[in-house]
Ligand binder design. Structure first.
Ligand SMILES: NC(=O)c1ccc[n+]([C@@H]2O[C@H](COP(=O)([O-])OP(=O)(O)OC[C@H]3O[C@@H](n4cnc5c(N)ncnc54)[C@H](OP(=O)(O)O)[C@@H]3O)[C@@H](O)[C@H]2O)c1
Length: 344
């Protein structure tokens, strides 16, 4: 018997990718239910060669659903995830609503799979922010080898990280520039077409943004609370794929060659690092792929035991949907969930 899985936010960027990945990876489902807001009632979404009619979250009964993958934003998750969890359905939540809750595990399966057992307190498991997911996949094996003390990271985040409205805005503005129409900024704070914006999410009291704070808090929760991290998060006019320029200071010596060898063997990582034209990964290369790509690995001579590198991944896949499905797979592999009896 397979599982009954609900995808909330099934009409969104991440939700559609969720449906693709559940199907691609052959997750053992008996039934998949696509849920969204009232606006989408009856809309059709694809699941493999099937078409699913979207149902409304507000009126859906979760009592015979085994797993709910939530991807409809923080406010919806805050309201719904605890109620769904109480109905005995395990929630894998893509929003930031529960990531910092001590009773909710925050999981990247390549990094901290054992922490998943803590999900039973609330029946909720959190998926990290897209920029943090790819960062910790690449840094975990290096931390195990040489103990990371401090990270300085600048991100180059694609517009799909801001949902389908973000993608529409880049498309519309780019077109408007070419045909000399007025350019309107609605989703982003300034024009994103042919520009970059050093501001993602709201400002915090210390001058950092919430997106930057999330990278600090989530890296500490998943990798090591002793790691210091300074982030600058930037939105760039790329449709899919987040990139990161990362400087890492280690406690123990580690050479670029050693790091390359470690990363070549590491789960979820793909090293593309030739010191020649095009010998590195770009966001376009990562779009539609599962791997976290690591390029430009080199020693940083300005600190003791320092390395610099470039990390790229598809934010809708490893940054969201793929990681969520991997969490569901981990629940099954570890025997932490079994299908509920369904009404005949
Ligand atoms: N994009 C990324 O890279 C990324 C990475 C990690 C995490 N996330 C998180 O994933 C979530 C979704 O992101 P996205 O990029 O897929 O956004 P999106 O493209 O804007 O899609 C939002 C989805 O939420 C649904 N929704 C909105 N209000 C709802 C309601 N009241 N009840 C039920 N469903 C509702 C929408 O349904 P309608 O079509 O009916 O409005 C749509 O399916 C967010 O929490 C985001 O922070 C995104």
């Amino acid at each position: 018997m397979g599982f009954k899985v609900a995808v909330v936010g099934a009409t969104g960027n991440v939700g559609r990718e969720m449906l693709n990945i559940l199907e691609e990876r052959g997750f053992p489902v008996d039934e998949v239910v696509a849920l969204a807001s009232r606006r989408s009632l009856g809309t059709e979404v694809s699941f493999g060669d099937k078409t699913l009619k979207v149902k409304v979250l507000d009126t859906y009964d979760f009592s015979d659903t085994d797993i709910c993958i939530m991807s409809a934003g923080g406010n919806i998750s805050k309201e719904w995830s605890p109620k769904i969890g109480k109905q005995g359905c395990v929630v894998i939540d893509n929003s930031s609503a529960f990531r910092y809750d001590q009773d909710v595990p925050l999981i990247v399966p390549e990094v901290n799979p054992d922490a998943i057992s803590g999900f039973t307190k609330k029946n909720i498991i959190a998926n990290p922010n897209c920029s943090t997911a790819q960062l910790v996949v690449a840094l975990k094996p290096l931390h195990d080898a040489a103990t990371i003390k401090r990270i300085v990271v600048a991100t180059y985040q694609s517009v799909s990280g801001a949902g389908k409205e973000g993608m529409d805005e880049l498309f519309t503005q780019t077109r408007a520039v070419f045909v000399a129409d007025p350019v309107e900024a609605k989703k982003f704070t300034k024009r994103i077409a042919f520009n970059v914006i050093p501001h993602i999410d709201v400002f915090m009291e210390d001058g950092s943004t919430k997106e930057e704070w999330k990278m600090v808090a989530e890296t500490k929760k998943m990798l090591d609370p002793k790691i210091k991290l300074s982030a600058t998060c930037v939105r760039v006019p790329v449709f899919i794929g987040h990139s990161e320029a990362v400087n890492i200071e280690f406690d123990k010596p580690i050479t670029a060659d050693e790091a390359r060898d470690i990363l070549r063997e590491a789960p979820g990582c793909l090293v593309i690092d030739k010191r020649e034209d095009g010998g590195y990964a770009t966001p376009l290369d990562s779009a539609g792929e599962d791997a976290t790509y690591i390029s430009r690995i080199r020693e940083d001579q300005t600190v003791d035991n320092g390395l610099s590198m470039w990390i790229v991944s598809d934010n809708l896949r490893k940054g969201a949907a793929l990681n969520a499905v991997q969490i569901a797979e981990l629940l099954v592999e570890r025997g932490l969930i079994s299908p509920k009896k369904k009404a005949a």
